[in-house]
Design a protein around this ligand. Sequence first.
Ligand code: MN
Length: 273
Amino acid sequence: VPDPLASLREEIALANRILVHEGILDAFGHVSARHPTDPSRFLLSRYLAPELVEPDDIREFNVADAEPVRAGERHYSERVIHSCIYEARPDVMAVCHHHAPAVLAFAIAKAELVPVFHLGAAMGEKVAYWDSQDDFGDTSLLVTKIAEGRSLARALGRHSTVLMGRHGATVAGNSVREVAFRTVYSCRNAELQIQAKLLGQVYSLTPGEARMAGSHNTRSGPLGRAWDSWVRRLHKAGDFPKTGATKTRKRPARRAAKLSLAQKRRGKRSRKN
Ligand code: MN
């Protein structure tokens, strides 16, 4: 029987590691998902660097106050980024917060990040901008208070991506895979937009192109194809998270295969003898 909570925890651990592997997360940043059966909760790792996250590290938090359902561990101080977006946007099922350098350049220069190639359109036709100075003046720049999270969620509005002045970006979507895709390709788009600007004028997608390319790319086909490719890269790098259920299912199967091979050999030998 498939367990939707267990597979979502595995998917969140994978997304954390994929985004490290793709150069988007480093020691910091995080990926969350709304709870599959209880929309008033969300799932996020305990306090860990994203490349260390295992499915067993994923904890449940309340959307209402960002507090863990079970207390007693250290958690990310910026978890209100996630809770406040889930609160404001019932359609959002996953969120990624990151500080990827290419996107951060736009969040420092207050430059508009626009879709400049077809896959970049996955970040949405328009990227929102939020500056903690506007509502809160000088802060540590970390989004740790509910009021700050709500201000950020208001700036995100109905969009999918919001740049955070001098800090990073937050990406929302209706699945972990969609958020991973959107995050990776918004960073590629940012790199390309900077490179194109060095060559001369930037010819961005028209609003119609951005809409059409964006909705094409976020279909299950392209999302699954990209996800499979990133998962494969993780496997090759030996960075795959522990997947208890898969391993225990595979081990006896492998043993059985080896046994039958040994039995065949023994069978051959005994036939020869
Ligand atoms: Mn941050």
